[in-house]
Design a protein around this ligand. Structure first.
Ligand code: CA
Length: 453
């Protein structure tokens, strides 16, 4: 025991010292929660679902109050953050069907991932959790820059079951460890937390890591053990209690991850991003997007504005807020800047390095505008300053002043046609740089009433 403690503290001291050296490159963690409602964490206003570990993380982070994802649902958001580009530039605008043979359904192979860039820069790269960027051998995470993997290739998973026989449906496929199927036991959220903590504890001196930790909770199916439900016995609504209990399990996992970082001496010099991949699906789970209109699937704020934290105690002042609009596509350039890795130079990048802004070395907004498009043009949005333009196919544009109307209730298009015209011109210019979707989302009928991922 004494020997173990001594070795552990020696390792922590060595890792910590290496991590704090002047030129030490930070570890990088991207932590994604799936289908979380904006207002379902303590620090974003939830009164009924305690999230002490995520709240503690928020207190030690920069809270980006106008933080967005680049799409109102799963896979395209992940494609955008994994490439640092608007995913519509390369046709990744829908959820890929789970298909082990269709090479068109997933992140196109000519795209460069953040994991590839960081692996090339000497990072130990690992995925824990949901991939959802293609299921063929060529699109496997271990062919897209990840050296280690524990998780599943589809858009979601049952929390207790997997099938190793026959041809399991997407949500029942075996979990994989480094590309090989593996049975899992217990509760999936806990397994992912264990794996993430173990990944951190395998840290080596002078080898920083990149951990892409992607919980599928609290995405459907809403499944949760009694131990978490009993914590939330005060919530009268059964659906809300179950959904909240799933978040409670994720919150424990965040605590476990932060403990692993502290025990290895790496918490100070780890750059961690926290988001939900889209807004809460208000018609599917008992989530709440707070003041924001609509939810998952919509380009109103409820679909795209998410809890957004950037944590790096060595460089960023904890407990501060950053109010200019930022986006999950910015993780790419920010991580590369922190790692001293260069961005791909042969393609248009949309990602902005947020560090000069978050440290206040640079004034102003990282982006003059942010853009959204779904379904090849079914819906559109643009944010510029406090103006938000929303447009649905075949309908006139709507305009909202988010400084006075975060709920997007009062359409200003009639009174400010000048702003509408200017924004539509800019949106159309952005659109001219995009391509049409290269694959379609699976049809609801084939999804057998499972909520789209
Ligand atoms: Ca999602």
């Amino acid at each position: 025991m004494l020997l173990m403690l001594t070795r552990r503290s020696w390792l922590a001291a060595a890792l910590g010292a290496a991590a704090q050296g002047n030129a030490a490159r930070p570890n990088i963690v991207v932590l994604i929660v799936d289908d979380l409602g904006y207002a379902d964490l303590g620090f974003t206003g939830a009164k009924d679902i305690p999230t002490p570990h995520i709240d503690a993380l928020a207190k030690a982070s920069v809270y980006c109050t106008n933080g967005y994802v680049s799409h109102p649902f799963c896979s395209p958001t992940r494609a955008g953050l994994m490439t640092g580009r608007y995913q519509q530039r390369f046709g990744h605008e829908n959820n890929p069907r789970y298909d082990r043979t269709d090479r068109t359904a997933g992140l196109p192979l000519d795209q460069v991932t953040l994991a590839q860039v960081l692996a090339k820069a000497g990072y130990r790269t690992g995925l824990t959790g949901k991939w959802h960027l293609g299921a063929t051998p060529e699109m496997h995470p271990m062919r897209r820059g990840f050296r280690e993997m524990y998780g599943f290739l589809g858009g979601g998973h049952d929390y207790f079951l997997s099938e190793t026989e026959g041809n399991p449906r997407e949500y029942l496929i075996p979990l994989e460890r480094d590309g090989k199927p593996e049975r899992f036991e217990g509760y999936l959220t806990e397994r992912l937390s264990d794996e993430a903590a173990a990944f951190v504890k395998r840290a080596q001196v002078n080898e920083p890591f990149f951990l892409y930790l992607t919980y599928n909770a609290p995405h459907t199916p809403v499944q949760v053990p009694e131990s978490y439900l009993s914590r939330l016995a005060h919530i009268p609504d059964d659906g809300r209690r179950r959904y909240g209990a799933m978040i409670s399990a994720v919150d424990d996992g965040v605590g476990q991850l932060m403990t692993a970082l502290k025990e290895t001496g790496l918490a100070e010099n780890t750059l961690l991003f926290f988001i939900s991949d889209n807004g809460g699906p208000i018609t599917v789970t008992k989530c709440s997007n707070g003041p924001y209109r609509a939810g998952k699937g919509s380009v109103y704020e409820g679909g795209i504005r998410v809890p957004f934290l950037v944590h790096w105690p060595a460089k960023l002042k904890g407990g501060s807020r950053f109010d200019a609009p930022v986006c999950s596509i910015d993780f790419f350039a920010t991580a590369c800047a922190a790692a001293g890795a260069s961005l791909p130079k042969d393609r248009a990048m949309d990602s902005m390095d947020l560090l000069p802004f978050l440290t206040k070395r640079r004034k102003g907004d990282p982006h003059t505008a942010l853009f959204w498009r779904t379904g090849g043009g079914a819906s559109w949005a643009m944010r510029s300053g406090n103006w938000k333009l929303v447009r649905f196919q075949g309908k006139a544009a709507e305009l909202f002043d988010l400084s006075a109307d975060v709920g997007e209730q009062s359409d200003q298009a009639g009174t400010r046609p000048d702003v509408v015209r200017r924004m539509e011109e800019r949106l159309n210019r952005w659109n001219s740089e995009l391509v049409q979707p290269k694959f379609e989302s699976p049809r609801p009928a084939s999804a057998k009433k499972k909520a789209s991922a």
